[in-house]
Ligand binder design. Structure first.
Ligand code: ADP
Ligand code: MG
Length: 316
């Protein structure tokens, strides 16, 4: 099977009409229409085998994850995803692998009404680059730089589970349920709901402390975190507290949203929890100063040790 046959296969397996798609796969470039009053929001991420996903990951899961991490970036901006471009570097033109990959990609794309409008297919070490494009009302995008002193710090879902799964796999333990690592769910609907209410937002890819640190730096402020409030996935339930907190503070790959919310908007949390059927937890607040201070429920300072995880995403 040659490159153009693979492209045709991807096209056949992905061709659906999409909002704003004037021209999709098949020409030199796609033509897309951004509605009046909206801005285009663009994000791109590359996944390399052995680095951003385990070598034994299923093609279906790689398809899912390569789109998920990009939709997560759009979600963190408050954008509605619309379109995606897919650049595939494959060691060999393996039609079965591509079928399974596109099935994973497509199943997530369908959930969020994302249409594949183009890409590139080459031969080389397994590597997947996805560009996700979305729209947001002009001036409404959620930035890292807009946190305000007094804001509540809120996270979605649970934290630390993906890092635990990765750690187990890397230590040679077989893990039956790898879903948190292999099929993260981008919080697309939450991101859009937050626009106009939250001040700052980021998605958790590198670990809570690292990513919260980006908000603090961009917004020139500090944060207090109560580690006893961090939402616990089942993967961490049997661990001793300190070990669990280390996973939750330093572990990456969760792809949950962390946002800062003016206290006056706290009432929205219940509405979003119900509408989105999603866990939302207040874990701390924004203060004056710099850096993050973590404490336990009884006010004791907790200093995380950076665990020696080999993060697949440590260069990102
Ligand atoms: P060109 O040489 O003009 O760049 P290509 O032969 O690379 O065109 O691609 C032909 C068409 O197929 C283009 O519309 C391109 O966007 C699309 N395409 C190629 N590879 C992929 C892919 N992996 N996923 C989606 N679309 C693809
Ligand atoms: Mg061309």
């Amino acid at each position: 099977m040659r490159e153009f046959e693979l492209i045709r296969q991807i096209q056949q397996e992905s061709s659906v009409p999409g909002e704003g798609v004037k021209l999709g796969i098949g020409d030199d470039a796609a033509i897309l229409e951004v509605p009046r009053g909206k801005c285009l929001v663009a994000a791109t991420d590359t996944l390399n085998a052995g680095k951003h996903f385990p070598d034994d990951a299923e093609a279906f899961d790689i398809g899912h994850k390569s789109l998920a991490v990009n939709l997560s970036d759009l979600a963190a901006m408050g954008a509605a995803p619309r379109w995606a471009l897919l650049s595939l570097s494959l060691p060999e033109p393996d039609s079965k692998w591509v079928r399974s990959f596109t099935a994973g990609f497509r199943s997530l794309a369908q959930v969020h009404n994302v249409v594949l409008v183009g890409g590139d297919t080459t031969r080389g070490p397994l590597s997947i680059n996805v560009t996700a494009l979305g729209v947001v009302d002009a001036g409404k995008g959620l930035l890292r730089s807009d946190a305000q002193v007094g804001d509540l710090i809120v996270v979605s879902g649970t934290i630390g589970g993906a890092a635990r799964v990765l750690d187990l796999l890397q230590s040679g333990t077989s893990v039956r349920d790898r879903e948190l690592l292999d099929r993260p769910q981008p919080r697309v609907r939450l991101g859009q709901a937050l626009t106009g209410y939250a001040n700052a937002c980021i998605d958790l890819s590198d670990g809570l402390l690292a990513d919260l640190g980006h908000i603090l730096e961009a917004s020139d402020c500090a944060a207090q975190i109560d580690v006893s409030t961090l939402p616990v996935p089942k993967e961490l339930q049997n661990l001793e507290e300190h070990e669990r907190w280390n996973y939750q503070l330093a572990g990456g790959d969760d792809y949950e949203l962390l946002f800062t919310l003016p206290a006056k908007n706290k009432g929205m949390l219940d509405q979003w929890r119900e509408q989105l059927n999603l866990n939302l937890t207040v874990i701390g607040q924004i203060e004056e100063g710099e850096g993050v201070q973590c404490h336990t429920a009884d006010g004791e300072i907790f200093k995380p040790v950076r665990p020696g995880f080999e993060h697949f995403s440590d260069l990102d």
